[in-house]
Design a protein around this ligand. Structure first.
Ligand code: FES
Length: 127
């Protein structure tokens, strides 16, 4: 782990990330990369009645990116798509008890990948 002063919650979500993995029959998939560091992340969602029934992620990234995505998946599970797409990097960082300024860009990945997954779901399910 980088020599950066992370909160206890960041460390907890980095060492024991929640909802890691892949959903084979996902309703929506979103992948984003961070051009500044080359890290990459994919989020998979299962949707039922316009709510996120299940969510999993795979991240090739730094500790802050992994912790951010882990906590973001917990924050949006069970939420409506409309609520979930409002999640911002600040919401994610606040929930983690804060992120060092130089690591704030890492929390973008989580909310961006989530929005991409929702977009992908909507595209596939145009009514
Ligand atoms: Fe790449 Fe954090 S350094 S996402």
């Amino acid at each position: 782990m980088e020599n950066i002063d992370y909160t206890k919650k960041v460390k907890d979500h980095f060492f024991n990330p929640r909802n890691v993995g892949e959903i084979k029959d996902a309703d929506g998939v979103g992948t984003v990369g961070n051009p500044s560091c080359g890290d990459i992340m994919t989020i998979y969602i299962k949707v039922k009645d316009e709510k996120i029934e299940d969510i999993k992620f795979k991240t090739y990234g730094c500790a802050a990116a992994i912790a951010s995505t882990s906590i973001a998946t917990e924050m949006v599970k069970g939420k409506t798509l409309e609520e979930a797409e409002k999640l911002t990097r600040d919401d994610v960082a606040n929930e983690l008890g804060g992120l060092p300024a130089i690591k704030m860009h890492c929390s973008n990945l989580a909310s961006d990948a989530l929005r991409e997954a929702i977009k992908n779901y909507r595209k596939k399910n145009k009514k």
